[in-house]
Design a binder for this molecule. Structure first.
Ligand SMILES: Cc1cc2nc3c(=O)[nH]c(=O)nc-3n(C[C@H](O)[C@H](O)[C@H](O)COP(=O)(O)OP(=O)(O)OC[C@H]3O[C@@H](n4cnc5c(N)ncnc54)[C@H](O)[C@@H]3O)c2cc1C
Length: 414
């Protein structure tokens, strides 16, 4: 019997947590039969596969590969898409307030709105530094690089602040993009870059940074940023360095409205959930990805796409379990490894005891991420496009070898 009032599930945020929950849930018989309706509420019109964002800087990938529109992704699914910005949630009335004044009534809710850039009190930071999280950020950075490349300056100096994975990956890509004219400085406050990563990943990263002449300043504090310079303290000395562009990639923080919802939080403002990823006081609400932490968990779950993707699978299964009156699963995170891009056509892949870097690392990382792209249709389109490019390169190579061979032979005969 088809229910005239389908169960309404709203998924707030169409990122790694939200989109993959929706896609997995859309395959359940509850959604397929129309007994249950799902909708994603998202402020952007496109999904963003953030691990591949760096490839836009070097032109290795095009925008459509890493930022497909929701319209395209959800076209052959029963998932509805509502482009809007969430302002508030009233958990007692089961209502979501949107920026345009609309209210959505839900039966079940999934919170996956992610985090935002963390800003600190450095004079000039917000005015002069660029950030690197969204497509708009990439466009702004591309515009700036383009201007620098067209300028008369012999040396183009860029400072990247934050020695985490984003800082390291971005520094390598920028160094490759700017080439001989480029001078990239990576600034980290701590004693090491890539805190929490294995020695293998760190060594490969230092090698890649060194090969690209990226200067790594450790134990360095940024004091002020101006239009054309940056003031730092290093080895207890204050130094002013002329700089063309500063990029701030030093951490994330909870979105302010999320921290004012009146639910239970950890010290960093992350929403606390039970092991099934349900909110502690609201079992019909799930939270996942960067905004959530499991209360009293024995595992440390990182703020990564990998973790959000695994949680999406758990949330989708638990929603179906609730609808079917079955027992809910506890979330267990399994760390499959780390992958970092280290410049054009180069990456490090570290999984269990294996560390592979360079071109082979690049190929493994590329294939792993293609496999993780949302929807089979999009994966096939990307794979087909990649194969075409590889075939063109192979054809070009054989033509070039043939021309060489023929010209050598005619030179001999002559
Ligand atoms: C440059 C970069 C590179 C990264 N590289 C890697 C990597 O290599 N490997 C890895 O595992 N992780 C990586 N990460 C981290 C990874 O992107 C996050 O951990 C992951 O996206 C978290 O998933 P999420 O669903 O919690 O949030 P997100 O994927 O950030 O999704 C949140 C969504 O909510 C939407 N949203 C936010 N506020 C609202 C609102 N008020 N109303 C409506 N919609 C809203 C956003 O537009 C967004 O689409 C990277 C992150 C960045 C920025």
């Amino acid at each position: 019997m088809i229910n005239k009032n389908p169960i309404r599930i709203f998924i707030l945020g169409g990122g790694f947590g939200g989109l993959y929950t929706a896609l997995q849930l859309s395959r359940s018989s509850w959604v397929q039969s129309g007994k249950c309706e799902i909708a994603i509420v998202e402020r952007n019109d496109h999904f963003l596969f953030t691990p591949l964002l760096y490839e836009l800087i070097t032109g290795e990938l095009q925008r459509w590969v890493i930022a497909p529109s929701y319209q395209k992704l959800l076209a052959q699914t029963p998932v509805k898409f509502c482009r809007n910005t969430v302002k508030h949630i009233n958990f007692n009335d089961r209502q979501v307030a949107l920026e345009n004044g609309d209210q959505l009534s839900y039966d079940y809710l999934v919170l996956g709105v992610g985090t935002e850039n963390r800003w600190v009190d450095i004079p000039g930071l917000k005015t002069h530094a660029l950030t690197f999280r969204t497509l708009d950020d990439v466009e702004r950075l591309q515009g700036q690089i383009h201007l620098l490349e067209k300028s008369d300056s012999r040396c183009l100096r860029v400072a990247v602040i934050g020695g985490g994975p984003s800082g390291v990956e971005l520094s390598c890509k920028l160094a490759d993009r700017l080439g001989q004219r480029g001078e990239v400085i990576l600034i980290e406050r701590g004693t090491q870059i890539l805190k929490g990563f294995s020695q293998g990943v760190r060594s490969a990263s230092y090698r890649a940074l060194g090969n690209r002449r990226v200067q790594v300043y450790l134990q360095t504090n940024v004091k002020a940023i101006n239009a054309n310079s940056i003031t730092i303290t290093r080895h207890e000395q204050e130094v002013i360095i002329p700089i063309h562009q500063v990029i701030w990639v030093a951490g994330t923080q909870s979105i302010p409205w999320i921290t004012r919802l009146g639910v239970q939080y950890n010290e960093q403002g992350k929403i606390l959930t039970g092991s099934s990823l349900q909110l502690i006081d609201y079992p019909n609400v799930f939270a996942l990805g960067d905004i959530a932490e499991i209360y009293h968990s024995t595992q440390t779950i990182p703020n990564t796409a990998q973790a959000a993707y695994q949680q999406a699978n758990c949330v989708a299964k638990n929603l179906v379990a609730i609808l079917e009156g079955k027992k809910l699963k506890s979330f267990r995170y399994s760390h499959l490894g780390d992958m970092l891009t280290l410049g054009k056509y180069s990456a490090v892949v570290s999984s269990y005891f294996l560390n592979i870097d360079g071109l082979l690392g690049f190929v493994i990382r590329a294939l792993a991420y293609i496999f993780r792209l949302p929807t089979r249709r999009h994966k096939i389109q990307v794979l087909r496009n990649l194969l075409q490019k590889v075939l063109l390169k192979v054809r070009w190579f054989f033509r070039w070898r043939l021309t060489q061979f023929l010209s050598q032979r005619s030179a001999k005969n002559y």
